[in-house]
Ligand binder design. Structure first.
Ligand code: IPD
Length: 290
């Protein structure tokens, strides 16, 4: 298995997609709604289609889990709590535009996120923001980089000296809003230095990896939003946890907390002060029962 070959290929895919996204960002967009507020544009679909066909051409035996073309598992097959068809085989996990809402509004935090996973764990990750021309790359055991320079998480050890980021996703129910605001209130009342919301989970995870923020959390997230960013944080010396209970993060669990180690425990305590609604509390189990 050649990590460098996979990484170079993913970088090539991300840079090519970046050219299209940068050009399309300033043009009128063709928008469809996947839900009340969740959008997809023709650029998401075109970029994803191109990436998928290039992966199929180069690695025909590999699987692909991509935002705009995944098939949700049905309730009957959904025995592990996972909504995705995702197994231990080499699988490319792709978000053609993470931060679609930002893209539609011309707001600068948009990126292409590509990871190759084996045993459902990322072994290479690429996150490219074509607007800022920031390319984050990581390989398992090989470190994390921003535009070729090695990056590390911040050395901060207190929430009072931390910028914590979260995104507000697509849940617009009263229960969902109470939960999100409850977490924000808990952080504010415990003197977090500041709170940010970039609107792209992949970008937000990379900001933690680069030590620009101390942590990112979100409930209601998908594997393609986080697969590459998770590896970025792990390789930059950070920790990735399931914020439900602080256990090991699974890409499919729909929850994420990535942090510098010095603030992870404190953040877990603060987030746990807000009761987790049932819809975010599905216990995810792997196929082997673990
Ligand atoms: C979304 C972004 C957003 C997060 C959502 C994601 P998309 O991805 O990462 O920040 O809050 O949960 O679904 O739809 O822009 O690819």
């Amino acid at each position: 298995m050649n990590h460098t070959e996979y990484l170079d290929f993913a970088i090539e895919l991300a840079r090519e997609a970046g050219v299209n996204i940068r050009a399309a960002m300033v043009r009128p967009k063709n928008i469809e709604y996947k839900g009340l507020i969740d959008m997809v544009t023709n650029t998401d679909k075109e970029v994803e289609g191109r990436i998928i066909s290039k992966i199929k051409e180069k690695y025909p035996s590999h699987k692909i889990l991509a935002e705009e073309s995944y098939t949700p598992q049905t309730a009957e097959t959904n025995t592990t709590g996972s909504q995705y068809i995702f197994d231990d085989q080499p699988t490319w996990v792709v978000d053609p535009i993470d931060g679609t809402t930002n893209f539609v509004h011309g707001y600068i935090f948009v990126c292409i996120s590509i990871a190759l996973c084996i045993n459902k764990k990322p072994i290479i990750g690429v996150v490219y923001n074509p607007i800022l021309d920031e390319l984050y790359t990581a390989t398992k055991g090989g470190g994390a980089f921003l535009n070729g320079q090695s990056i590390n998480v911040s050395k901060t050890t207190s929430v009072t000296h931390s910028v914590v980021s979260t995104n507000y996703g697509y849940d617009r129910t009263s229960e969902g809003a109470d939960f999100m605001l409850g977490n924000v209130k808990s952080l504010l009342m415990n003197n977090v230095q500041s709170i940010r919301s970039e609107g792209s989970a992949a970008v937000a995870l990379c900001l933690v990896a680069a030590g620009r923020t101390e942590a990112f959390y979100e409930f209601g997230i998908h594997p393609w939003d986080i697969a590459a960013g998770v590896l970025m944080i792990e390789e930059a010396g950070g920790v990735m946890l399931d914020p439900l209970d602080g256990s090991e993060l699974h890409l499919e669990s729909k929850r994420v907390l990535g942090a510098t180690p010095g603030v992870a425990d404190e953040l877990m305590r603060l987030l746990k002060k807000t009761p987790v609604p049932n819809k975010y509390a599905v216990i995810f189990r792997r196929d082997d029962g673990s």
